[in-house]
Design a protein around this ligand. Structure first.
Ligand SMILES: Nc1ncnc2c1ncn2[C@@H]1O[C@H](COP(=O)(O)OP(=O)(O)OP(=O)(O)O)[C@@H](O)[C@H]1O
Length: 354
């Protein structure tokens, strides 16, 4: 095991590890349940099952918010426990090269906190590198990212939508929007409360979204949902039509399409012409919403390529990157804490020792 490379995707919703030669070795909800403020009750999918059902002594935490580590101690506990489970003891993963995928448009301190996670875990890594998520998405799409041709990627995840333009293996332009699947769930809860007088939980809203949400109206699907009647306060089950869910999320979808259009308006004409030829590469779990490609095509007049297995694009692209030595120069090497590095160069893969 010693010396193997591991790719890490710490998404807002899911946490995934890819080990060179072995493929995906961990894929769970990025969630931890802590009892009495100190004892780990559950991690991953088991912890996520507890959401909304816990007594006061148990806190269920998703440590990554809006693409960055928002609760460092919970993230450290979750990371260390996951590696304890994989290796018996996390420090047995010492000697491994780690490559962490992260959003482009975050601060240097936020970037550093991803690498610190490994340095503080007791694992003695061979090295820790960071790579921009849009690069992984383009790799998953099978694109030759080292070429001069411009590529546009849109990753609609749980908390964030990341819009990026890539050329010559680097990010030319990027935007990180705080609108994606979780915001859709929230909008569905609010709309159903207003229109149907029913209070539903976020996980029920997510099921409605996955079952019958569409990015265009007129899908004519229905699904039953359980909740609490606003008037009587009693549990109630009602049938919801897909157009209700569409109405709930249409403003969120509009914000995403408006941002894609305004990104397109601000790129050099040469890159525009590349994007006309190839279209936009769209991924992330929320890209699975019905007719999302049709909505984007109607709004941009561009070809829309929805990636296969969109929820796994980042980890699959990261896997390709660590499996292929030709891309060795792409990830940005982050060394031990105290080693002075120029994080501004993370976007073009250059590490500089000051
Ligand atoms: N079939 C589906 N239809 C609609 N939404 C879906 C579907 N399947 C998954 N999702 C949504 O996709 C989101 C998770 O996507 P993904 O795994 O790409 O996020 P992430 O990488 O963890 O988040 P982020 O990119 O914000 O850090 C969730 O909001 C989930 O509800």
């Amino acid at each position: 095991m010693l010396g193997k490379s591991i790719g890490i995707d710490l998404g807002t919703k899911r946490i995934k590890y890819y080990r060179k030669g072995d493929g995906i070795i961990f894929d769970q909800e990025n969630c931890i349940a802590i009892e009495n403020r100190e004892e780990i009750r559950a991690i991953g999918d088991e912890a996520a099952e507890m959401v909304g059902r816990t007594p006061e002594t148990i806190e269920v935490i998703y440590p990554v918010n809006r693409g960055v580590i928002a609760n460092v101690s919970a993230m450290e506990l979750l990371f260390n426990t996951s590696f304890d489970r994989l290796y018996g003891k996390a420090k047995r993963a010492s000697g491994t090269s780690f490559v962490i995928a992260l959003p482009t448009d975050i601060t240097e301190v936020e970037k550093r906190s991803f690498a610190d996670l490994i340095h503080k875990s007791g694992i003695k890594p061979k090295n820790v590198s960071l790579v921009d998520k849009p690069i992984c998405v383009a790799m998953a799409a099978g694109l030759d990212i080292m070429k001069a041709k411009g590529v546009m990627t849109v990753d609609v995840g749980a908390d964030t939508t990341e819009i990026a333009i890539i050329a010559l293996g680097g990010i030319v332009r990027s935007r990180l929007l705080p609108i994606a699947g979780n915001k859709f769930d929230e909008s569905i809860c609010n709309y159903i409360r207003q229109k149907c007088a029913l209070v539903i939980g976020k996980s029920n809203a997510e099921q409605l979204k996955m079952g019958i949400a569409g990015a265009l109206s007129g899908q004519s699907l229905t699904m039953q949902v359980n909740g609490r009647d606003v008037v009587t306060g009693l549990p109630k089950r009602i049938e919801i039509e897909s157009d209700i869910v569409y109405e709930a999320i249409k403003e969120d979808l509009k914000s995403i399409t408006e941002n894609i259009k305004s990104t397109l308006e601000h790129i050099p004409p040469e890159v525009s012409s590349d994007i006309i030829d190839a279209g936009i590469y769209v991924t992330g779990g929320s890209a699975l919403i019905g007719n999302f490609d049709k909505l984007l095509n109607a709004e941009t007049n561009l070809k829309i390529n929805i990636l296969e297995d969109p929820q796994d694009s980042v980890i699959n692209g990261l896997g390709k990157l660590i499996d292929d030595d030709n891309y060795k120069t792409l990830p940005y090497i982050y060394r031990q804490p105290g080693y002075s590095v120029n994080l501004r160069n993370v976007n073009n893969g250059i590490a500089k020792k000051k």
